[in-house]
Structure formats: structure tokens, C-alpha cells
Design a protein around this ligand. Structure first.
Ligand code: HEC
Length: 167
């Protein structure tokens, strides 16, 4: 190879390398601009996803403890559409315990069992159901106050014929 050919080769070689370096820098700049433009939203999204993935699958709720806030919110949203009737609430929420005197829960329509309790009056009964009472966990997360009142009216007054005094 002659000197002349050598220098042509070196010149072309340097030219090609230079071009590649230029393209690389250009790509880095484009990537940086694109990344910067979207990091804020993406970071928030990533944090949100991570939090969702790390959240516990379930929570243990002990007797008398209120519902976890997330469940309260979910059921309040569900319930906010239209209040359910007393019978609907009873069947959906209360019947699990108030059918066979589970843990001393007075059964729907059981005159003797309810007779001992109704003297407390409406206000106390509703708030005891909403906040929880004795062996009954708080039902405030599963039904609104209005629905609880309707359910009590159904399972006590309608089904036993007893009348709960106002308090
Ligand atoms: C997880 C079981 C359970 C569910 C669900 C439940 N209850 Fe109860 N409830 C009980 C038990 C147990 C008692 C008796 C509590 C005690 O005296 O220790 C009780 C008592 C009551 C009392 C009497 C409270 C008092 O002050 O004497 C009312 C009223 C009542 N429940 C209404 C309801 C209504 C309405 C619902 C549905 C919205 C409901 N319960 C859902 C278990 C339950």
C-alpha cells in the first residue's frame, strides 16, 4: 500500500468514526430530552404501581374494630347510589349472624331475644350496629346509617311485631 492510499484510508476512517460519534451524541441528546419530558408522570405511575403491588392482600379485622378505610370508602361509594331496603340489607349483610343466634345475635323475628334489647331505643341500637357492639363488629362499612335503620326495622319491627321506642 502506498503512502497516498494510507492517508486516504486514514482520512476516510477518521471521517466514519467522527460521523458515528456524532450520531451517538445525537441519540444521547434525543433520549435525554424524551426521558426528561416524561419522567414526572412516569415516576408517579411507577410509585402508584409499586404501592399497589406492595399493599397487603387482606387485613384481619377483630371484633369491634371499624372497617379499614379503603373498604369503608368502597362500600360507601357502592351504597351512595340508592339506599337498599331493610330486607335487602338484612339479606346481604346481617343475615350471616342474625339467623341462627350466632354468638348470641338476636335472630330475625325472634320476639324474646329482641324484646330484651329494644328498650335501648332507636338511636342506641342504630349507633351500636354502626360502630359495633359486644360480639358484633361495626357494620358502618357495609351499610349506611339509613340502611341499618331500615334493616333493624325489618328484622325487629316487621318480623316480631314489637315496636322500638324513640330515644
Ligand atoms: C358478624 C356477625 C354480625 C353481623 C354481620 C351483624 N350482626 Fe348484629 N349482632 C351480632 C351479635 C353477635 C350481636 C349481639 C352483641 C352482644 O350483645 O354482644 C348483635 C346485636 C345486634 C343488635 C342489638 C344491639 C344492642 O345494642 O343490643 C342489633 C340492633 C343488630 N345486631 C343489628 C344488626 C344489623 C342491622 C346488621 C346488618 C346491617 C347486623 N346486626 C349485622 C352479630 C352480627
Amino acid at each position: 500500500m502506498s503512502h497516498e492510499q494510507d492517508s486516504i484510508f486514514i482520512r476516510n476512517f477518521i471521517g466514519v468514526i467522527g460521523m458515528l460519534v456524532g450520531v451517538t451524541i445525537l441519540l444521547i441528546i434525543i433520549a435525554t430530552v424524551l426521558y426528561e419530558a416524561d419522567t414526572e408522570g412516569q415516576r408517579e405511575l411507577a410509585i402508584e404501581r409499586a404501592e399497589r403491588n406492595l399493599a397487603p392482600v387482606g387485613e384481619v379485622r377483630l371484633t369491634g374494630e371499624p372497617m379499614p378505610a379503603t373498604m369503608q370508602q368502597a362500600s360507601a361509594e357502592e351504597a351512595s347510589d340508592e339506599p337498599r331496603s331493610g330486607e335487602e340489607v338484612t339479606q346481604a349483610v346481617c343475615i350471616a349472624c342474625h339467623q341462627g343466634n350466632f354468638q348470641n345475635a338476636p335472630a330475625v323475628g325472634d320476639q324474646d331475644a329482641w324484646g330484651e334489647r329494644i328498650g335501648k331505643g332507636w338511636e342506641t341500637l342504630v349507633s351500636n350496629v354502626y360502630d359495633g357492639y359486644g360480639n358484633m363488629p361495626a357494620q358502618g362499612g357495609s351499610a349506611t346509617e339509613e340502611e341499618i335503620r331500615a334493616a333493624i326495622e325489618y328484622m325487629v319491627e316487621d318480623e316480631t311485631g314489637l315496636e322500638i321506642p324513640e330515644s
